[in-house]
Design a protein around this ligand. Structure first.
Ligand SMILES: [Zn+2]
Length: 542
């Protein structure tokens, strides 16, 4: 019989060029030790923790590497990513020829009659032709399979076989709030927008639970491979909580998940209460843990690139100011119900009018409920934030989640709708930070690409698909890293255990071949971690 290893032995020990702990005032360390799911020790010398090496210690000698906390993506869509992770990878196409070629290639190895669907993280504005494919083009790629081309959640193009299965003909009327696009001769183009996608959802084959868990396994591993250790999923259908739970039980979640349940279908007080009943049941059953927990509810006050609510009209559309999705009094009632039952609320606001009206609502909530814990109300995006709105949000103590990748990929679309000046004014990060806001960083995948360093690169350079825009709003490297680590942990209320590397904190860390704080900007954009550790477990290793 052998003696049990002493409790002080490390499970994982990393020696590196620098361990940036992100603890204020602390110089870089050279060694870090992990036991179980926690950080147990740090040392200024590479060999400073060698006494903790036991027979079962994994020692990582990485003398040229840099260690940082694992990143949070504080506004993203893991559930959506999981549904499309095995789709035809049309996000890699540069033009429609490549796009359709990928579909043709998938069709060639898919049994006839089976659905073919695409990834959802692409933008037609970035294709050479700057448009979506048509039904005729999809029919030419395959007539033997129903084809669903999807962008995000609410934009689709179908081939004829898929239109037939969905029961959509030239005589079909669009539902309220939906668009069934037709050409100048009244013929279907195959494009369905917003609520018009619902008939398609109903006929799509339902993935099995096992398939959904596999999707989450692949999608969460892909997040981890870019240095992300925690995702705040900002649109989880309440019934999908059970799917996330099952994935957790199988160890399929490579990253921690903080879930915002979708409140988009909850319009009346009864509907909001029904949603909260299900969330309360989750909480009462003790189903939250450090891997998967319920953060709160998500609402949206306005549209996005082409429907964000603006004070001044859209470019070239003097009568169009975007869309508010709520009457302010109704949103106030909904938000008040949610916080009254002890849940947090994140509300999407994109245009300056959307943000102004949202802050009106938040001010009323705070007035009604003195003593509301800080961080209960959150602005998601706050894209076009004018000085007076920033001052109001900061005075209310409302955190703001920002997403440069969204601006990066959407800049051309946004310039067309809003013009260059308002597009360049999006995400004024320099001003927000100087004025004292709590900002956190994210991607808004599938609209923007996720990735730890692609976000840092974007926030520090303001580079986009339309070139560098609004460079005066750029922030520094350390600030950008903090938005995904220290600040992110404050947003989720986990500063005691996440966001910086300290003894006792969760062992969520990343190892980088270059130092992201001072490598060249071009290298930063493509920089991937050699290792991502979540809860002491290596979830990605190059
Ligand atoms: Zn989003």
């Amino acid at each position: 019989m052998t003696d049990p290893a002493p409790a002080s032995t490390a499970g994982l020990l990393i020696r590196a060029a620098a361990v940036h702990t992100l603890v204020p005032g602390e110089p870089p360390r050279r060694a870090i030790a992990v036991t179980g799911g926690r950080i147990t020790a740090l040392a200024p010398a590479p060999d400073g923790l060698d006494a903790l090496i036991g027979p079962d210690t994994e020692v990582v000698d990485a003398p040229g590497s840099t260690v940082l906390p694992a990143f949070d993506d504080t506004h993203t869509h893991l559930v959506l990513a999981a549904q499309s992770v095995h789709g035809v990878p049309v996000h890699r196409a540069r033009d429609l020829t490549e796009f359709l070629g990928l579909i043709r290639e998938r069709a060639a190895r898919t049994p006839a009659g089976e659905w073919i669907h695409t990834t959802v993280n692409w933008q037609e504005a970035l294709l050479t032709e700057q448009r979506m494919p048509t039904t005729a083009e999809l029919d030419a790629a395959t007539a033997d399979h129903p084809v669903l081309v999807r962008r995000g959640a609410y934009n689709m193009v179908l081939n004829s076989a898929a239109l037939r299965l969905a029961g959509i003909t030239e005589a079909t009327e669009a539902p309220p709030g939906g668009v069934i696009e037709r050409d100048e001769h009244g013929r279907l183009t195959g494009r369905l927008v917003n609520r018009a996608v619902e008939p398609v959802e109903r006929v799509l084959p339902r993935p099995t639970l096992a398939e959904r868990i596999e999707g989450l396994r692949a999608a969460s591993a892909a997040f981890a491979a870019t240095g992300i250790g925690t995702v705040r999923d900002c649109l989880v259908p309440v019934e999908d909580l059970d799917v996330l739970d099952a994935a957790r039980a199988e160890g399929a979640l490579a990253v921690r998940v903080r879930a915002l349940v979708s409140g988009f279908a909850a319009r009346t007080p009864e509907q909001v209460d029904a949603l909260l009943d299900r969330m309360d049941a989750w909480r009462a059953a003790g189903r939250d843990d450090d891997r998967l927990s319920l953060w709160g509810v998500k609402f949206g006050i306005d549209g996005g690139f082409e429907a964000g609510a603006l004070e001044e009209p859209y470019q070239g559309q003097p009568c169009y100011h975007g869309r508010l999705l709520w009457e302010p009094v109704e949103l106030l009632a909904a938000v008040d119900r949610v916080v009254g039952r002890g849940w947090r609320v994140g509300v999407h606001a994109w245009g300056d009018r959307g943000l102004r009206v949202l802050l009106d609502v938040f001010e009323q909530v705070v007035k009604r409920r003195p003593g509301l814990p800080p961080g209960t109300l959150v602005v998601e995006h706050g894209g076009l934030a004018r000085p007076e709105q920033r001052a109001r949000a900061i005075a209310l103590g409302v955190p703001v989640t920002v997403q440069h990748p969204l601006l990066h990929d959407g800049a051309l679309t946004q310039q067309r709708a809003w013009g260059e000046e308002r597009t360049a004014a999006l995400f004024p990060l320099r001003e927000w930070l100087d004025e004292g806001a709590l900002l956190t960083g994210g991607s808004d995948f599938p609209v923007g690409p996720y990735g730890a360093m692609v976000s840092v690169w974007g926030m520090t350079t303001r580079d986009t698909t339309a070139g560098v825009i609004g460079p005066e709003h750029a922030i520094g490297r350390a600030e950008a890293v903090a938005l995904h680590t220290v600040n992110a942990a404050r947003l989720t209320g986990e500063s005691g255990v996440r966001g910086s590397l300290r003894p006792g904190a969760y062992a969520d860390l990343t190892v980088w071949p270059l130092d992201p704080l001072d490598c060249p900007a071009d290298a930063l954009r493509e920089l991937l971690p050699s290792r991502t550790v979540v809860n002491g477990r290596t979830v990605h290793h190059m």
